[in-house]
Design a protein around this ligand. Structure first.
Ligand code: ATP
Ligand code: MG
Length: 468
């Protein structure tokens, strides 16, 4: 349907002729015999364009137009006037009518003019939508950074944002991969479209394909209804594939194909769809190493790593700590409807000295904690979480190397690794995903390291057997 048109005329023939001509051109047409009835129709569902006779009994066209203008200011009104009453058409135009036509009517001409008005209205709506989107983007404060390293990353991001190129973002946990991906989306021409993020590590490996590409009803047990996947949900916008290193190999092939020709099928469907989606991938660990270990497809890697943005960890860009701390201070105190508190130099010192293994997210939590405990007063070191305060928790591992001549480093590292795996797996009842999380590893890395340890143990056994 192109648009909805309301035709108002007391003559049945005019109403029917116009309804037919407009209907043939895919307009939805409603008719009314007088102004009162027309207003009732508008109250039910406003039309995009109203075409009305100027001279009608009960309520004349100009009065009717005045009401429409007041109540539905965005609706265009077109007058039909009898040939010769051009002066009343002129006063109608002065009163804000969008157009006028003289009777006897040329229906084709009317259709053309109505179509133009509907298109103009759609354009205006589109512009309003884009403005609203960009002012919403302006209200949410952008990423905060001051370090030269981050300035460089954001300059690269600004250069690639307007293109549809696939981007790979690499960075430790909590250092702002999501923030950067969203920033790229918002600075792109897709800003008014959706931004969809999907985390591969959080998805059930059996359902990952359907999550991404959707499925048809009955595609597998439990798929009672058809469902769209994230690629469909992100149409016209950007899709962040987070923890792409955790994508199973069979799905890697499908992602590669999508990046190659933008096509995919829902699970259980043979109908190929095209997706207008810009893809951003994020990873905590270097994919390069995974490719060498055979866990990540080289062809996919080459496809996604051409534009590669690396977010440095917070400890590698300490100049960002204070601006970020200030930003979070403002945010959390505003949330509590309180004035932004000051930080004592000692508290700032603690922030500066801490290593931030959890990066910006850890800093964010530390400030939230401090704002809560300072209860509106200045922020002292005592208000920061203990580990940030630096009441130094003892190091997990201490080496006693005095008097030692030689160390078998591999054996030592393997032994430590083995103990860490035992510790993590015993605390998560053998759940590898959660154990990996406790060790700040991806599930894939955890699995491959355990396998490597088993391999090493087997080799050791063989070695000791042959030595015997
Ligand atoms: N430059 C920044 N400016 C403002 N806030 C930031 C910035 N970088 C990160 N943050 C905030 O820090 C938190 C963590 O950031 P984000 O979620 O983007 O990290 P991530 O790298 O995607 O983490 P993960 O690897 O765990 O997914 C978020 O709350 C985010 O708003
Ligand atoms: Mg993230």
């Amino acid at each position: 349907m192109l648009g909805r048109v309301l035709v108002v005329d007391d003559e049945k023939l005019t109403r029917e002729t116009l309804a037919l001509a407009l209907g043939d051109e895919q307009f939805e047409v409603v008719t009314a015999t007088n102004g009162f009835e027309a207003i009732a129709r508008m109250e039910e569902t406003p039309a995009d364009v109203v075409v009305t006779d100027l001279r009608m009994p009960s309520m004349d066209g100009l009065t009717f137009q005045g009401i429409v203008r007041e109540r539905w200011p965005e609706v265009a009104v077109v007058f039909m006037t009898a040939y010769g009453s051009v002066s009343s058409a002129v006063s109608a135009m002065r009163a804000g009518a969008a157009d006028y036509l003289t009777k006897p009517l040329n229906a084709d001409e009317l259709v053309i003019r109505v179509r133009r008005l509907v298109e103009r209205r759609r354009d205006r709506e589109e512009i309003a939508r884009l403005r609203a989107a960009s002012s919403a983007a302006a209200r949410t404060p952008g990423p905060v950074f001051r370090s030269a390293a981050m300035v460089a990353v954001f300059e690269q991001a600004a250069a690639v944002a307007p293109t549809d190129a696939t981007v790979l973002i690499e960075g430790e946990t909590g250092c702002g991969k999501d923030v950067l991906a969203r920033h790229i989306h918002q600075s792109s021409e897709r800003a008014a479209g959706p931004y969809v993020a999907v985390n591969c590590a959080e998805l059930n490996p059996n359902l990952i394909e359907s999550e991404l590409f959707g499925h048809e009803a009955g595609a597998f047990t439990g798929a009672a209804r058809a469902r769209q996947g994230r690629f469909e949900a992100a149409a016209g916008g950007t899709l962040l594939i987070d923890e792409v290193d955790d994508l199973p190999r069979e799905i890697q092939v499908r992602l590669l194909r999508f990046l190659h020709d933008r096509s995919f099928e829902r699970v259980g469907s043979s109908k190929t769809q095209r997706g207008d989606v810009r893809v951003i991938c994020a990873t905590k660990q270097s994919l390069d190493a995974l490719v060498r270990a055979g866990q990540f497809r080289a062809d996919l890697y080459y496809r996604i790593h051409t534009i590669h943005l690396t977010l440095p960890p917070l400890r590698g860009r300490r100049e960002d700590i204070l601006p970020l701390a200030e930003h979070f201070l403002q945010r959390f105190s505003a949330q509590r409807k309180a004035a932004t508190p000051e930080m004592t130099p000692e508290a700032l010192e603690c922030l500066w000295a801490h290593d931030w293994p959890g990066n910006v997210r850890e800093l964010e939590h530390a400030i939230e904690h401090a704002v809560m405990f300072a209860r509106g007063g200045r922020i002292e070191p005592a208000h920061l979480p203990q580990h940030v305060r630096g009441a130094a928790a003892p190091p997990l591992v201490e080496l006693h190397l005095e008097g030692v001549e030689r160390v078998d480093m591999n054996a030592l590292l393997q032994d430590t690794e083995r103990r860490l795996f035992d510790w993590a797996l015993s605390r998560t009842a053998g759940n590898q995903a959660r154990a990996a999380d406790r060790l700040a590893l991806s599930r894939t890395t955890l699995r491959s390291r355990i396998a490597a340890l088993r391999g090493a143990a087997a080799v050791d056994d063989v070695a000791s057997e042959t030595a015997d």
